[in-house]
Design a protein around this ligand. Structure first.
Ligand code: 1CP
Length: 345
């Protein structure tokens, strides 16, 4: 049993069991809004931080020690799978991720490697380093990017606003898109199973940009592979959270892929989404992260408003609708965590 934890609120909520209050963690909690993050970031590149297990563990532990959240999330990135498959990945300050050799042709797609677990061992080492520090206090969440979102970075060669090349590929060369998506899915299955073996207590699949897809394309190019991944994990008592910006639209399809939790963006009424999903599927979310820029009084009001909506509901994990922005005041984030932790159902 991996989940022998002093604080197992997140695990209980993920499996829709009763909790005395909602568990709280925040996407991008191990990041740039913390001055302590910059103390480390100023000494190393982002990829050096990810690939040096003790540094990745130091950063993972920052929000645990400074915010008192109910779950840690491994410090890494969704694009490390794309790099292991052959993408020449760099993260430039102010530019974001870049693949210098975008995947555009059949030859590019065929060159992508799938037998890459040896290249990702540093992630397993980082998980073990974090677990040595956590000592079972709270769960550690492992994660991966979902195939469509990783494909979008590989094809575009970096971030995109409109996903023009990605959509052109899906529309004009769907077979080629499926070849790439299947390769990413195979790598993701091995990668998440490796994270389970290394000791994560929960998993999150990030399909951050699937909101760019139409309803039909979501089913064909995202849902197919996410379902496949979830069904191929050896996860026993490890819950899996499915995140997508756009989950206010796609939630029923996301639930159909078999996750324990659907993570919802802030466009949706979380209670409506919960009521629309099958019994036993939990929800995570969904405070608008921009609320954390506001006055503390407003932060508290908005959190309590969300809790009022979710009152009496098992299977609710408090989170933001998307990640914390780098310039949100640390003090506000800490305050939000306190508000959640004081609350009782
Ligand atoms: O310059 C820096 O300091 C690097 C900034 C940074 C950080 C702190 C990047 C580059 N990635 C991360 C960490 C990270 N990324 C985590 C760590 C754990 C956490 O605290 O949450 C996680 C889970 C991710 C996942 C990730 N990376 C996603 C999915 C989540 C989401 O926000 O939707 C995505 C889309 C990425 C790509 C990525 N990596 C980094 C940036 C700046 C981006 C986004 C760029 C874009 O908008 O396309």
């Amino acid at each position: 049993m991996t989940n022998n934890l002093a604080n197992d609120l997140l695990i209980r909520a993920a499996f829709s069991k009763p909790t005395e209050r909602p568990p709280v963690w925040m996407m991008r909690q191990a990041g740039r809004f913390m001055p302590e993050y910059w103390d480390i970031k100023n000494k190393y590149s982002f990829l050096e931080m990810c690939k040096t297990p003790e540094i990745a563990a130091d950063v993972t532990m920052l929000p645990v020690d400074l915010l008192g959240i109910d779950a840690a999330i491994l410090f890494s990135d969704i694009l490390v799978t794309g790099e292991a498959m052959g993408g020449q990945l760099s993260f430039e300050q102010g530019v974001g991720p870049r693949f210098a050799n975008p995947v555009r042709t059949r030859e590019d797609a065929e060159a992508l490697r799938t037998d890459v677990l040896d290249k990702l061992q540093y992630v397993g080492d980082a998980i073990r380093a974090v677990q040595r520090r956590l000592q079972g206090r709270i769960p550690l969440i492992g994660f991966a990017g979902a195939p469509f979102t990783v494909l979008s970075y590989l094809v575009e060669g970096g971030s995109s606003r409109d996903f023009k090349r990605t959509k052109l590929l899906l529309n004009n060369e769907p077979d080629l898109a499926h070849l790439i998506l299947q390769k990413i899915a195979d790598v993701t299955v091995d990668y998440l199973n490796m994270q389970i073996a290394a000791g994560v207590n929960a998993l999150q699949l990030f399909d951050s940009w699937a909101q760019a897809l139409s309803w039909d394309d979501y089913r064909v190019f995202a849902h197919t592979y996410n379902s496949q991944i979830i069904s191929r994990l050896h996860r026993k008592d490890i819950p899996i959270i499915s995140f997508c910006k756009g989950s206010s639209v796609f939630a029923p399809v996301m639930a159909d892929a078999g996750p324990d939790v659907v993570s919802v963006d802030w466009n949706a009424d979380l209670r409506n989404i919960k009521d629309s999903l099958p019994q036993g599927v939990a929800v995570q979310g969904n405070l608008d992260p921009f609320v954390l820029y506001a006055d503390k009084k407003v932060i508290k009001e908005k959190i309590l408003q969300l809790f009022e909506r979710m009152r009496g509901q098992d299977g609710f994990i408090f989170n933001l609708g998307h990640g914390i922005m780098p310039d949100i005041p640390f003090d506000n984030v800490k305050y939000a965590v306190e508000v959640v932790k004081e609350f009782r159902f």
